[in-house]
Design a protein around this ligand. Structure first.
Ligand code: PNS
Length: 165
């Protein structure tokens, strides 16, 4: 496994500015970054996987993040199967709070046992420390303005109600 290749996995339902911050910083740390929309069997999603992938591609392009970045989706099995396929030795996750630590720790341990893949945690920029996809979903569902929390392509998509079409 190549420790210069990393995967940033997540549900990205929808992508937030916090996600983009982690992606930008991870892109500067690794030679190649795979940003991976993963089906989370434990969560019912607001947006279909294909829509999340499109919004993520648009958001990464819109943010002008430099580097070798691949945006992809994965619903075929374990996250580490994708990592092995692309020879990535590292998973990168953002950690906002002790709740995130408790959620991510068992997954990091299991993923290391499954495929010798290490997980690296990045602390958030304080500007984005309170932003979460679940809050964005709630604000959007109740008709609020999500533009302070999400990349422009996501704000446009949620604003126009395109997800209903
Ligand atoms: O954004 P999320 O929902 O916190 O991301 C969690 C995700 C999708 C990365 C996690 O649920 C995951 O890795 N799912 C893939 C299935 C898998 O590999 N499970 C075993 C990991 S311990």
């Amino acid at each position: 496994m190549n420790n210069r290749i990393a995967v940033v996995p997540g549900s990205f339902d929808p992508p937030t500015l916090g996600h983009l911050d982690v992606i930008r910083r991870a892109a500067s740390l690794y030679d190649q970054l795979h940003v991976l929309v993963v089906h989370n069997p434990g969560k019912e999603a607001m947006l279909p996987l294909a829509q999340r992938l499109t919004l993520l591609e648009q958001s990464v392009a819109d943010a002008g993040i430099e580097g070798d970045i691949v945006v992809a989706s994965w619903s075929m099995g374990l996250l580490v199967d994708y990592a092995v396929d692309v020879d990535a030795g590292v998973l990168v996750k953002g950690i906002r709070s002790q709740v995130d630590v408790a959620y991510e720790t068992p997954m990091a341990i299991v993923n290391r046992h499954l495929a010798h893949v290490e997980t690296v945690f990045l602390l958030p920029d304080p500007a984005h420390a309170m932003v979460s996809s679940s809050l964005v979903r709630q604000v959007a569902a109740l008709g609020g303005d999500v533009s302070p929390f999400v990349p422009a392509p996501v704000a446009r998509f949620l604003d126009t109600g395109a997800r209903e079409n």
